[in-house]
Write a protein that binds this ligand. Structure first.
Ligand SMILES: O=C(CO)[C@H](O)[C@H](O)COP(=O)(O)O
Length: 228
């Protein structure tokens, strides 16, 4: 099966986990796109009653068009379930997110959710994290000094640019620095170090977060449940 078909299959499958009257977090990305389309269909055709918060303007606009009831994060008390994509997942179900630069909002929503589900095609499953560059959302103020500090630590930073070659800007008008690490041997140690650097708003290591992973494979979606 081609990659998009795998993404579509897991996106559709994940909507089965949404129960009536849940508050649901909607992630960001091309896999989540299919989940949101299916959720919109069930809201419209099957009167599935839910309220949702989103992790990006892109997902908000898509969900709004489909008539999915939306709330701002600060308007809800709890999030029952968040469904999101991921860029890499290792054998301990630790992840890298932020390929789309939305990881700050994604992490805020994830850490405020009772359950987190990641939907991925099989290419995202890896033995060790780090082949995918690790995104950092950084404050533009002092970002060059931060860049040099990351260089000095041999973390191989690269400022992300957009299609036009301009500085990539997040929703909150911050920069993204991607760390080209090849392999992250100690994800918790690295996360801890990054958490203590001024100027880094959020990094893309999502550790001990996910409860369920749905992996798209040629044999159909495979659900790995009760991870934590
Ligand atoms: O973290 C993300 C965006 O910040 C996405 O969830 C991640 O990049 C996966 O996207 P896709 O489903 O398009 O491969």
């Amino acid at each position: 099966m081609i990659q998009n078909e795998l993404k579509k299959a897991v996106g559709i499958k994940s909507v089965d986990l949404i129960q009536p009257h849940m508050t649901v977090g909607l992630g960001t990305g091309s896999t989540v796109y299919y989940m949101v389309e299916e959720l919109g269909r069930r809201v419209q055709e099957e009167n599935l009653a839910v309220e949702c918060v989103t992790t990006s303007n892109r997902t908000w606009k898509q969900a709004e068009k489909l008539g999915i009831p939306l709330k701002k994060l600060d308007e809800v008390h709890t999030i029952d379930l968040t469904i999101d994509g991921a860029d890499e997942i290792d054998q301990n179900y630790q992840g890298i997110k932020g390929g789309g630069g939305a990881h700050t909002r994604e992490k805020i929503v994830a850490l405020n959710s009772h359950q987190n589900v990641w939907i991925v095609d099989q290419s995202k499953m890896v033995s060790h994290l780090g082949k995918f560059p690790l995104p950092l959302e950084v404050n533009p103020f002092g970002s060059q000094q931060l860049f040099e500090r990351l260089q000095a630590e041999n973390l191989h930073p690269v400022f992300r640019v957009d299609d036009q070659g301009n500085q990539f800007l997040t929703h909150m008008k911050n920069y993204v620095i991607d760390l080209h690490l090849k392999e992250i041997k100690h994800p918790h140690l690295l996360a801890d170090w990054l958490d203590h650097q001024s100027g880094i708003i959020e990094h893309g290591l999502f550790l001990d977060v996910v409860n369920t992973v749905i992996i798209g494979s040629d044999n159909g979606p495979k659900i790995i449940d009760h991870i934590r």
